[in-house]
Each structure stands twice: as structure tokens, then as C-alpha cells.
Design a protein around this ligand. Structure first.
Ligand code: UD1
Length: 430
């Protein structure tokens, strides 16, 4: 649910090569907090969320909750969500257009209000992104929906005592949407198989169970939800963002000088570390203290890899553009096959403009390592591509101007401040 087109013209200018040193702290997870916020619609009691990143997507979800009658206050990294009851069951196109995760309020709103009207998300720069798995799952839960004038309209007809939903693909959003919705269907046992198992789903389950839900099967591909009649308020701390952490880890492997990254959750990033091991990248990981110390690779004795993006615990599609930059500087031939969003390769042409040697065959990028990248004017198309191009600009020789870069603020909290703390310089032009 990332990477919608933003009509913005922001540019980042960087001069390379630069070196990243010192300490950096990973923020709360964007992809965990968004479905958790959608689930807040299920209770009228007060919820306080801690470790909430200050990102454009979180502001969009705040707008959605407010348009449904919630009152949301932000105090530093806390969100305090209150209401006495939900007022509106219609969510307009504007917020949903900005962020597909907005659609995850459709099921919870329907259960609370017995009906809902939520704009359907549109197209997106990383490929076709339908919501058919969401709607098919909700239908089994007794939510009848139809599409009219760009909106999904629903009516809750009541669910059977036992509902079995087998997802055709382990979609993250559909898994979260169905779990959340089923939580408050009292008396119904819902069994979802072929679920996605991303850490953000486990965080959502922890959050819902702490609210009084009865959900079994966390971290597995089959999840059972025994619907309860009420969920209560709570204080909850959101997990750290593994994609932000992975992005800075890759940056550290390219331009780090003993860069220390804090709040790293090793388990959530196992696949990235095993990829680093395969390549031959050195790093120091302290699992107890949750820190990673990493320095720039020396371009010898490194191995090529054959990577494939897959649902968790496989290699995350959200780190594919960033790892492409790393692989473009390892001598020999590496490949990355993208299986989640098959056309998520908009960054490749831009990297080639900077001197990389990457060609595409269907959904596989074939990367021939080069010695260096050189600065160039380039264009970002989505959130993670923006991050990849920023890393490329920081390591390339000379000036890089990344246009259409505002996507990056959807996923990287306090970007400029964090870069400055690492001794990195960028200029943002509105
Ligand atoms: C979530 C993440 C996003 C990540 C993606 C895959 C959030 C807010 N976003 O997005 O950062 O890149 O997981 O890890 O958590 N699909 C359908 N029909 C559906 C739903 C999905 O065909 O109803 C397809 C999609 O087009 C895509 C694949 O399934 O090809 C995976 O999508 P999904 O796992 O649902 O990703 P999101 O939840 O949108």
C-alpha cells in the first residue's frame, strides 16, 4: 500500500560521495501503525499509541479517523485517540487516493455502523493493486459490498457461526483487514488460511488481543479469530520500522564509517542479514541492545547473489530498490526477481543514468556490477525508489538532483534531521 503517485515537485540535491557516521535511531513502524489506527475504529474507549512516526501517511490516517468522528491528538510520538461514538460511515476519495492502507477502515466501519461507504483506491506507480482479496474475505464475513461511482458500499448481513477464508495470495493488507473486521463479529469463529506473516501483522494481533480480542495463530499462516462483543481502550507501543532500519543498514554498507543503527529488530530483518552474509558484508549486531554497527564495503572479495522478493520471511519488496543500488556496485552478475509487485522497477533506468549496468528481463533485474556511480538529474517514482535513489546520490561522485521526491516523506521520519546526525548533507527544494 505504498507508492501512490503524489503530484509534487519537491527535489533533493546531494553532492557525493559522502560518509555516514555516528548514531541513528529507527522510528516506529509505518506499516504497523496504519492498520492499528484503522482498528481503533472498533472501540469507543481511549487509545494511546506510542512510538508513532510523524509521517504523511499517519496524517492521512488521522484525517480518516477524524472524518469518521474520532478525535486524534498528537503529543510528540504519541497519538491519543478518543470518541464517544462514530459519526460518519463515509470516507471520501481524497485520503484514500493518497494511501491505499486507508481502505482498511472499510470492514471495521461496516461492523461498527452496519454499513459503510469508502472510496476505492486507484492506480499506483508500482503496479496494479486491486482489493479483490479484501472484498472476497469480507463477503464471507457477511459484508455485502458493491462498487458505485468510485466507492465501495457495504451492508453487514450477519456472519455464520464458523467462517473459513483461504487467501489466494498472502496479501498483507487483506490479512490485516479481515483479521480486524472478524475480531468484533461476536459469536463467529473465523479461520483464515494462507495468511501473510509479516511482523506488522503480529503487531496488529498483539494490539487487538490487548484490546480484548481473541486471536490465535500469530506468526503462522493460519489465524483463528473468535469474535468478541466489545473491545476496550489501552496504551500500546508500536514496533520499530524494519524497512527504515533495512534502508539505513544498506546505506551503512555503502557509505558507513562505523555507523551505529539503534532499535534494530534482528528477527524481523533476518533475511537482510543473511543476504549481507551471502555477499560477504561485515557488520556487528548486538541483539540484546538492538544495535547494528556497519561500515562501507570494500569492493573486493564480495559475492554476487540471486535474490527474489517474497512474502515474509522472504526478501521484502520494500527493500528491493535499495538493495539494487548495493548490488549495482558488486563486481560480476547479480539478479533480483520481483514477485510481489512485478513492475516495481522504475528506479532501474534512473540508476542506469548514474552509470549502473542493469537490464530487465520480465520481472528480473540483471545487474552487472560497476566500479562507481556518478551524479545525475534523476526522477523518483515512489517511496522506496526515492530512498534507493537518495542512497545512490549520496555515494555517487558529483551532484545528484532527485526530482519528484516527496514520496520519501511518506516513509522516512525526520529524514533531513537523521541524515544530518549521520554527518550527511542534503538540500530540499520545494
Ligand atoms: C503492504 C505494505 C507494502 C508492501 C506490501 C508487500 C502496508 C501499508 N503496505 O502493502 O509496503 O510493499 O505489503 O509486502 O503495510 N493483491 C491483489 N488483490 C488484493 C490485495 C493484493 O491482487 O486484494 C496483490 C497486490 O496487487 C500485490 C500483492 O497482492 O501484487 C501483494 O499485495 P499486499 O500484500 O496486499 O500489499 P499491501 O497490503 O498493499
Amino acid at each position: 500500500m505504498e507508492s501512490l503517485e503524489l503530484n509534487t515537485s519537491g527535489k533533493i540535491v546531494v553532492n557525493g560521495p559522502q560518509t555516514a557516521k555516528g548514531d541513528i535511531y529507527i522510528s516506529g513502524s509505518k506499516n504497523a501503525v496504519l492498520p492499528i489506527m484503522a482498528a481503533c475504529l472498533l472501540t469507543d474507549e481511549k487509545i494511546t499509541l506510542d512510538n508513532v512516526p510523524d509521517l504523511a501517511d499517519v496524517s492521512t490516517m488521522i484525517d480518516i479517523l477524524e472524518s469518521a468522528g474520532k478525535v486524534v491528538d498528537r503529543i510528540e510520538d504519541k497519538l491519543i485517540i478518543t470518541s464517544t461514538s462514530l459519526e460518519d460511515f463515509e470516507i471520501p476519495y481524497e485520503p484514500v487516493r493518497k494511501m491505499r492502507a486507508s481502505f482498511n477502515v472499510f470492514g471495521p466501519l461496516t461492523i461498527k455502523m452496519k454499513k459503510a461507504k469508502v472510496a476505492l483506491p486507484g492506480g499506483c506507480s508500482i503496479g496494479v493493486r486491486p482489493v479483490n482479496f479484501h472484498l472476497e474475505g469480507l463477503k464471507k464475513l457477511g459484508i455485502e459490498s458493491k462498487i458505485e461511482h468510485g466507492f465501495a458500499l457495504s451492508k453487514f448481513n450477519g456472519a455464520e457461526k464458523e467462517v473459513n477464508i483461504s487467501l489466494k495470495f498472502p496479501s498483507v493488507g487483506a490479512t490485516e483487514h479481515i483479521i480486524t473486521t472478524a475480531t468484533l463479529i461476536y459469536g463467529t469463529k473465523t479461520i483464515i488460511s494462507n495468511c501473510a506473516m509479516e511482523p506488522e501483522i503480529s503487531d496488529l494481533i498483539d494490539f487487538l488481543n490487548a484490546m480484548g480480542a481473541d486471536i490465535i495463530g500469530k506468526n503462522t499462516s493460519t489465524i483463528t479469530i473468535n469474535g468478541v462483543d466489545k473491545l476496550h481502550g489501552l496504551n500500546y507501543r508500536v514496533i520499530p520500522d524494519r524497512i527504515e532500519a533495512g534502508t539505513y543498514a544498506i546505506m551503512g554498507a555503502l557509505i558507513g564509517d562505523n555507523l551505529t543503527i539503534h532499535n534494530i529488530c534482528y528477527d524481523d530483518l533476518r533475511i537482510l542479514f543473511s543476504t549481507f552474509d551471502d555477499i560477504g558484508i561485515n557488520y556487528e549486531l548486538n541483539k540484546e541492545e538492538k544495535t547494528l554497527k556497519i561500515s562501507k564495503i570494500k569492493n573486493n572479495n564480495l559475492n554476487n547473489v540471486i535474490l527474489k522478493t517474497e512474502p515474509y520471511p522472504g526478501f521484502p519488496t520494500d527493500l528491493q530498490p535499495q538493495i539494487s543500488v548495493l548490488l549495482s556496485l558488486i563486481k560480476g552478475k547479480s539478479t533480483i526477481t520481483e514477485t510481489i509487485f512485478k513492475s516495481r522497477f522504475n528506479h532501474i533506468d534512473e540508476l542506469n543514468r548514474m552509470g549502473a549496468n542493469i537490464r530487465l528481463e520480465d520481472n528480473t533485474a540483471i545487474i552487472d556490477g560497476v566500479d562507481k556511480l556518478t551524479g545525475a538529474p534523476i526522477e523518483a517514482t515512489d517511496l522506496r525508489a526515492s530512498a534507493a535513489l537518495l542512497i545512490a546520490g549520496l555515494l555517487a561522485e558529483g551532484e545528484t538532483i532527485i526530482s519528484n521526491v516527496d514520496h520519501i516523506f511518506r516513509g522516512y521520519e525526520k529524514l533531513e534531521e537523521k541524515l544530518n546526525k549521520m554527518g550527511l548533507k542534503m538540500t530540499y527544494i520545494d
